[in-house]
Write a protein that binds this ligand. Structure first.
Ligand code: ATP
Ligand code: MG
Length: 599
C-alpha cells in the first residue's frame, strides 16, 4: 500500500523538542517516528513501526538461519522463578514489581532466563532433545536509574533474547559461536557498525561473554583496542601484572611525620623536600593511595570497602562495579560510589588523607584481618615485594618503605583502576587506545547457574541425570533503531540505511498542474506493483519547501520528484545521502528505480 502523506498519521516538528538531548532522539521525535509517553517510555507511530518491523525481520531471519525457534513469553511474571535464582532480590530497584488482587508478587520481566529454563524443563528430558535454541522478540522492563537519550536507554524496550541448551561444554561453545556469527550478520545487514569486545558477565553470572558495541561518542560504554586485535570493554580489561620482587634484605618500613599531606600531590612534594632518596625523586607512582568506597547493595544497604592503588592512578567506579561481586557479602546489581562523611563517621579509625594498610605497624587498621573489619582490595599492580609510601592511620604521618606481603596483606585483588591509553593489552598485542560505544548486543555462556537453580536436568547417554548448560544472548531492538538514526543523519534529518528505511522511495509531487499529481499517482502505483515500497507526498496545498524539508527529515534514502521536468518527460532522483541529483525519463523510471533500490 502506498503511504500517502495526505492521510498518514504524522506531524513533523520544525523545532527541536527541548527535552531531547541526543541527535537521534531529537530526529525520531521531529520526524514523527515516536512520541514520549513517560520518562524512558515511548509510543510508536506508523513510520516508527515500519522501521522497527524491518529491524525485527532481519533479526528473526538470522536467528532462524541458525536454527533458533521463536516463542513468546508474557512480560508480566510471577515472583517465584526469580526467587529461585535469587534475582528477585538481586535486581533491587532495577525492576518493576507489582501485586495482584490477592496480594501475590509479580514483576515486569527485565530478561527471561528463568522462564525459558522452566519451559524447557517442562517439555524435554533427554540429551536426544538437545541442542536447542529458542528466541523471542519481546518487551522488557527495567527501572533504569538514568533513562536517557530516548530509545537508547528506555525503561520499556524491545529485546531479542535467545537461549541455548546443551548437554555439555563443547555444545555450549558451538551454540555460542553460532550466535556470535548470527550477530555479525545481523549488524552487517542492519548497516550498523559494531565491534565485538570481551565483556564481564556481571550480575548475570556465567563465564565467557562478549558485547557488540557500536562506536559513538555518545555511548555509555568505554572499550579498548590494540593494533594486534585485542578488544575489550574497559570493565573486562585485565591488568598486566608486574613480576613479584624478592624482599629479603629490603629495609624496614618507617613511620615519618608528614604534616599537612592529605593528598598525593602534597605528600610527594613533602617527600621530595624532606625525605632524601639516593636514586631519584619521589613520584605519585611510589605512593599507595587508599580510597574508601561504598557499595550500594540491591537490598539498599551500604557496604564499605577500601581499595589500594598506585597514587598516579585513579579509580574507575564502573570497573569496580563490574568486578566487585565476589568480594561483597550479597550478590546482585551494585553501584559503587565514594564513601560519604556519614559512612566515614562510623569508622573513626579511618583517618581521611592518611589511610593505609600495615599489619606490622602500631596503627595497623586495614588489610586481611585488619582491625577495621572493612574489606581491603588492591589493584593487581600491588604485588609481593613492591614497596610503597602510604598512610600511617595517624593524622600527619605516613609510612615509607612498606613492603607488600611483608608488611601488609589484602583480602582480594580487583580491577579497580582506570585503563589509560598506552597501557599494555593483556595478551601482549600492543598498547591500548580507547573509544566510546553503545552496547547493541551481548552474548553469554551462562553455564549451569540457571539450570541448577531451577533443576533443569536431562538424561545423558548413560541414562544419568545431567544438568543442562545454557547460553543467553540479547540484542537491543529498539536501541538499534535509535543507534541507526544516531549514526545515519546530517543537519537536515535522518538518512536511513536502505534495509531499514520506512519505504524504498519518497515520491514528491510539486507544482500546480493536475497532470503532475496524475503522473505521480500513476508512478506510485507502478512502483508498488514492481515490489517497491513508496511513500507518496500527495499533499495539495503544501509548498515544495515544506515537502522537501519533510523528505529530508524523514530520511528515506531515495527521493523522487515529479514537478517541472514532467513537461519534458523527466523526473528528478535525489540521493539523500550524497545529495546528488539526476534526471531520468518517466518512461523507464520503474526499471531505473528498481535497479537502484536493489543494490
Ligand atoms: P546496558 O549495559 O546498556 O545497561 P545491559 O548490559 O543491562 O545493557 P543486557 O542485559 O545485556 O543489557 O541486555 C541485552 C541488550 O538489551 C543490550 O545489549 C542492549 O542492546 C539492550 N538493552 C539493555 N538495556 C536497555 C535499555 N534500558 N534500553 C534499551 N535497550 C536496552
Ligand atoms: Mg550487557
Amino acid at each position: 500500500m502506498v503511504l500517502r502523506l495526505s492521510t498518514l498519521f504524522l506531524r513533523t516538528l520544525r523545532e527541536d523538542p527541548s527535552d531531547a538531548e541526543v541527535a537521534s532522539h531529537r530526529l525520531l521525535l521531529r520526524a514523527g517516528y515516536i512520541r514520549r509517553a513517560a520518562p524512558g517510555i515511548y509510543s510508536w507511530l506508523p513510520l516508527g513501526l515500519k522501521v522497527l518491523a524491518k529491524v525485527e525481520k532481519i533479526i528473526r531471519e538470522e536467528m532462524e538461519a541458525i536454527g533458533s525457534q521463536e516463542v513468546h513469553f508474557p512480560a508480566l511474571l510471577p515472583k517465584e522463578p526469580y526467587e529461585a535464582t535469587n534475582r528477585w532480590a538481586e535486581y533491587g530497584d532495577g525492576i518493576f514489581r507489582l501485586k495482584d488482587r490477592k496480594d501475590a508478587d509479580y514483576l515486569l520481566a527485565p530478561t527471561h532466563e528463568e522462564m525459558f529454563t522452566l519451559l524447557v524443563k517442562d517439555l524435554y528430558n533427554s540429551y536426544k532433545d538437545l541442542p536447542l535454541s529458542l528466541f523471542q522478540i519481546q518487551t522488557k522492563y527495567r527501572d533504569e536509574a538514568r533513562p536517557r537519550a530516548g530509545l537508547l536507554r528506555g525503561r520499556e524496550f524491545i529485546m531479542k533474547d535467545s537461549y541455548s541448551f546443551d548437554i555439555d561444554d563443547e555444545g555450549l561453545e558451538r551454540s555460542y559461536q553460532l550466535h556470535r556469527e548470527a550477530y555479525v550478520r545481523i549488524f552487517a545487514r542492519l548497516g550498523l557498525e559494531v565491534v565485538p569486545v570481551a565483556a564481564t558477565a556481571g550480575a548475570m553470572g556465567g563465564s565467557k561473554s562478549e558485547e557488540f558495541l557500536h562506536p559513538t561518542d555518545i555511548g555509555e560504554d568505554t572499550f579498548v583496542q590494540s593494533d594486534g586485535g585485542y578488544t575489550a570493554n574497559v570493565e573486562a580489561v585485565t591488568t598486566v601484572v608486574p613480576p613479584a620482587i624478592d624482599f629479603d634484605g629490603a629495609p624496614a618500613a618507617e613511620i615519618m611525620d608528614t604534616p599537612d599531606t592529605p593528598t598525593i600531590e602534597t605528600l610527594v612534594n613533602h617527600a621530595n623536600s624532606a625525605v632524601a632518596r639516593a636514586d631519584r625523586g619521589w613520584t605519585a607512582a611510589d605512593t599507595l593511595k587508599n580510597v574508601v568506597l561504598a557499595a550500594v547493595l540491591p537490598t539498599g544497604g551500604r557496604e564499605l570497602v577500601v581499595v589500594g592503588l598506585p597514587g598516579d592512578r585513579s579509580v574507575d567506579l564502573k570497573r569496580i562495579e563490574a568486578n566487585i561481586g565476589t568480594h561483597l557479602s550479597v550478590g546482585g546489581e551494585v553501584t559503587v560510589e565514594s564513601a560519604t562523611d556519614e559512612d566515614l563517621k562510623k569508622h573513626p579509625d579511618l583517618i581521611k588523607g592518611y589511610i593505609g594498610p600495615g599489619l606490622s605497624l602500631d596503627a595497623a587498621v586495614l588489610g586481611a584481618k585488619g582491625s577495621t573489619g572493612i574489606t581491603y582490595l588492591v589493584d593487581p599492580r600491588i604485588v609481593s615485594g613492591t614497596t610503597w609510601v602510604t598512610g600511617a592511620n595517624v593524622k600527619g604521618k605516613h609510612v615509607f618503605g612498606l613492603v607488600a606481603c611483608r608488611d601488609f596483606c589484602w583480602d582480594g585483588v580487583i580491577e579497580a583502576v582506570e585503563v589509560r591509553a598506552g597501557d599494555e593489552a593483556p595478551d601482549g598485542s600492543g598498547p591500548l587506545r580507547s573509544a566510546r560505544g553503545i552496547e547493541m548486543g551481548h552474548i553469554f555462556q551462562l553455564g549451569r547457574k540457571y539450570a541448577e537453580a531451577l533443576h533443569l536436568k536431562v538424561l545423558d547417554h548413560n541414562g544419568k541425570l545431567t544438568t543442562v548448560t545454557m547460553g543467553s544472548y540479547g540484542v537491543g531492538v529498539t536501541r538499534a533503531v535509535a543507534a541507526l538514526a544516531e549514526s545515519n543523519r546530517d543537519g537536515k534529518g535522518i538518512i536511513w540505511p536502505r534495509n531499514v528505511a520506512p519505504a524504498d522511495i519518497h515520491l514528491v509531487a510539486t507544482g500546480k498542474g493536475e497532470e503532475i499529481f496524475a503522473a505521480a499517482e500513476q508512478l506510485a502505483k507502478e512502483l508498488e506493483a514492481a515490489g517497491l515500497e513508496v511513500m507518496y507526498d500527495d499533499r495539495l496545498k503544501v509548498s515544495p519547501g515544506v515537502k522537501f524539508g519533510d523528505a529530508e527529515l524523514i530520511g528515506i534514502p531515495t527521493i523522487v520528484v515529479v514537478g517541472r521536468g514532467l513537461a519534458e518527460g523527466l523526473l528528478e532522483v535525489k540521493d539523500r545521502r550524497s545529495g546528488a541529483t539526476e534526471n531520468i525519463a518517466l518512461a523507464d523510471a520503474v526499471e531505473r528505480l528498481r535497479a537502484l533500490v536493489s543494490i
